[in-house]
Design a protein around this ligand. Structure first.
Ligand SMILES: *Cc1c(COP(=O)(O)O)cnc(C)c1O
Length: 360
């Protein structure tokens, strides 16, 4: 067997221990004589798998009473519609912080559904940092404040928790959830597509405060309704059972590693090592301001972009996969989520070092 280091932004690398456990249980789940993939989602075994996943996620994030955890489909992109549909039933306007590609997509969908207010934007700065608290201006009719905790493409993150006054704070945490500790009680809604920092593609986690379950616009489709998902244990229709099970295995893996506080420490170390290597070289660069640098996605450029293809080919030959930056920004990007071991980051730094010496 040969496992390469996979720096893909998503679907992203998974812990080897999780894949091995899944393999062990694949054909015959704990002596039941069938695979989790083949079980009824209404049967006792799957209900227990689903409930255990929720319990472990609640424990990992210290989710307080008064919040529902929903396991839904459609990816984070569907949440771009769900948020305004579920929260604007009482009128008002969705307020958005504009920090890059993903924030803009969320904003565009809110506009499509009736209107949105940009409460702060760093577009004029080329998204080299996240908006600062002092720059946020809510509209008088604000119904919520939405922000994107970690811009997966731009490599921009918030180093503070935006203050939204008395309107609910809504966060797209797709590429940073479980990467560091958060105070869930500060949020109205948190959502995250699973395929970055949780598990395989196909599942989306939504954490929603109870009092926000009944603010939906009347035309909200049942399948997009938080209330419906909450009342039906996220099983209004057939859920992606196997993805749910795998996410549960990742939660168990994370608990065994000491939980979110422990992995956050490792994440900080990995990111600090990689940014230091970039900053110390004349050959590589990262344009993001120090306080807004993402711990999860590290974009970087080569001084001479005519070497980009060579860099990628050599990296792949060295077992370092998917380092190409997003097509909208070019350059390189290393996604170093929870499941990327420190050895992977060290291997990347060694490779970058060698490449710079050969071509510098
Ligand atoms: C990947 C990503 C999305 C889109 O996720 P899908 O599950 O593909 O819809 C949205 N927001 C952020 C921050 C992301 O990283």
């Amino acid at each position: 067997m040969s496992r390469h280091f996979n720096f893909c932004s998503g679907p992203a690398t998974l812990p080897l221990e999780v894949l091995e456990r899944a393999r062990e249980e694949l054909v015959d789940y704990q002596g039941r004589g069938l695979s989790v993939m083949e079980m009824s989602h209404r049967g006792d075994d799957f209900i227990e798998i689903a409930a255990r996943a929720e319990r472990n996620l609640r424990e990992l994030l210290s989710i307080p009473e008064g919040y529902r955890v929903l396991f839904v489909q459609g990816g984070a992109s569907t949440q771009f519609s769900c948020v305004p549909l579920n929260l604007l039933g009482g009128g008002g306007t969705g307020n958005y912080l504009d920090s890059g590609v993903w924030a803009k997509k969320a904003l565009a969908e809110a506009r499509h559904l009736g209107g949105a207010h940009v409460a702060a934007s760093t577009a004029d700065l080329g998204y080299r940092r996240a908006p600062a608290q002092g720059e946020i201006v809510l509209s008088p009719d604000a119904a919520f404040l939405h922000y994107t905790d970690n811009e997966t493409i731009g490599g921009v993150a918030y180093d503070y928790l935006p203050e939204a006054g008395d309107v609910p704070l809504v966060c797209d945490m797709s590429s940073s959830i479980l990467g560091r500790e958060i105070d869930v009680s500060r949020f109205g809604v948190i959502y995250a597509g699973a395929q970055k920092n949780i598990g395989p593609a196909g599942l989306t986690v939504v954490i929603v405060r109870d009092d926000l379950l009944d603010r939906a616009r009347p035309e909200t489709p049942q399948m997009l309704s938080y209330r419906q998902a909450a009342d039906h244990g996220s099983m209004l229709n057939t859920p992606p059972t196997y993805a749910w099970y795998l996410c549960g295995l990742v939660f168990e893996w994370l608990k065994a590693r000491g939980g979110v506080a422990a992995i956050a420490e490792v994440n900080r170390r990995k990111a600090a090592r990689l940014y230091a290597a970039i900053d110390q070289s004349e050959f590589y660069s990262n344009p993001i301001e120090a306080g807004s640098r993402s711990v999860m996605n590290v974009p970087f450029r080569l001084r001479d972009e005519s070497l980009d293809q060579r860099f990628l080919a050599d990296a792949e030959a060295a077992g370092l996969l998917y380092l190409q930056g997003h097509r909208s920004v070019g350059g390189m990007r290393a996604s170093i989520y929870n499941a990327m071991p420190e050895e992977g980051v060290e291997a990347l730094i060694d490779f970058m070092d060698g490449f710079a010496r050969r071509h510098g």
